[in-house]
Design a protein around this ligand. Structure first.
Ligand SMILES: Cc1ncc(COP(=O)(O)O)c(C=O)c1O
Length: 342
């Protein structure tokens, strides 16, 4: 059975154009910065984000870790959102490898208020760890792909500057945010010191993320990548589909958003589904089932009907649209949910 796989946008397969690009890529040893395809992708990515330089790394997790290690010294305090990917899903590498002290701040919509930051930034004292970095996640995965807007970023950055802190953005899906708001991605990136974005999610690439920032930041991150075992040789085979993605896949994200919206609106009409439509802003749909419904049984029912979803918590389901998910898949998912809950 061919599944309608709504677990994540990471399940996307490369396009034929990407596979052709891999076959024809000009390669070299990237540890010596000699892979022309990697260099081209990095230049394109930096230019798109309005920063000086970029670095290709194998995964979003490594991008975040290398960036944390580049931005901070061991023992320093990092402010991040309590539901962020770095805090939840990156195996605690922020502490065990980077040696940093994560300070989670809960924010109802994924973006903390400047006052919440100010509250933690107490005057220097012998008892306190030194704060050095604020991390933002955009779009926010566990909040259902919600956007941290340029306006919110600007306010956070103003506090950061007042306290000589840096701002880093886990922008795994930052192009989704830009497409959804119909603005250039630089409207977001101009409010952060550095960031990463993933090629391997809605942009459909098989592997890869890019760390972006000033030239100095990226040169230090290159060394951190090497410590983490991410120094790659003929990495042009990863970069080649990345170039295709930046050229052809960004605008396409709009289709995923339209499908997510359609899915959410139709699901919201089903009894037993509780969904806040204003939080469905990009390609992720999360909804709660009535407490009387067993979430695992529901997902099993989905699976038996050829649909895959994820449990985000005990009674919360997450469905993600991506390339390959069409309107008819949305219709089938809704009809199946209706039958299971009816
Ligand atoms: C917001 C966010 N950051 C980072 C990552 C990590 O990316 P990777 O799975 O490539 O390590 C993910 C993956 O889903 C994510 O959603």
């Amino acid at each position: 059975m061919d599944f309608i796989d709504l677990r994540s946008d990471t399940v996307t397969l490369p396009t034929q154009e990407m596979l052709d690009a891999i076959k024809n890529a000009k390669l070299g040893d990237d540890v010596y910065c000699e892979d022309a395809t990697v260099n081209k992708l990095q230049e394109m990515a930096a230019e798109k984000m309005g920063k000086e330089a970029a670095l290709l790394v194998p995964s979003g997790t490594q991008a975040n870790l290398a960036s944390l290690m580049t931005n901070c010294n061991r023992g320093e305090l990092v402010l991040l959102e309590a539901q962020s990917h770095i805090y939840w899903y990156e195996v605690g590498g922020i502490s065990s490898i980077a040696g940093l002290f994560p300070w989670p701040i809960k924010a109802a919509n994924g973006a903390f208020e400047p006052e919440q930051i100010e509250d933690i930034l107490r005057p220097d004292n012998i008892h306190y760890a030194t704060p050095s970095l604020i991390c933002i996640e955009n779009t926010h995965n566990r909040y259902g792909g919600i956007i941290v807007t340029p306006k919110q970023l600007k306010r956070i950055n103003e506090v950061a500057q007042r306290h000589q802190l840096k701002v880093y953005m886990d922008g795994a899906r930052i192009f989704n945010a830009a497409i959804a708001l119909n603005v250039d991605v630089k409207e977001f990136t101009k409010h952060v010191d550095n960031l990463m974005f993933c090629l391997s999610k809605g942009l459909s690439c098989p592997i890869g993320s890019l760390v972006i920032g000033s030239r100095g930041f990226v040169e230090k991150a290159r060394k951190m990548r090497k410590i983490l075992g991410g120094g790659m040789r003929q990495a042009g085979i990863i970069a080649a589909p990345g170039i295709v993605a930046l050229q052809t896949m960004v605008e396409r994200l709009r289709e995923d958003h339209e499908n997510a919206r359609l899915l959410a609106e139709k699901l919201s009409k089903i009894k037993g589904v509780n969904i806040d439509l204003k939080n469905v802003q990009t390609n992720i749909v999360t909804f709660d089932l009535d407490p009387s419904v067993d979430c695992n049984k529901f997902l099993l029912g989905f699976m038996e009907n050829g649909i895959l979803g994820l449990a985000a918590s005990t009674n919360r389901i997450r469905l993600v649209t991506h390339r390959g998910i069409e309107r008819q898949h949305v219709e089938k998912t809704v009809a199946t949910a209706e039958a299971l809950l009816g």
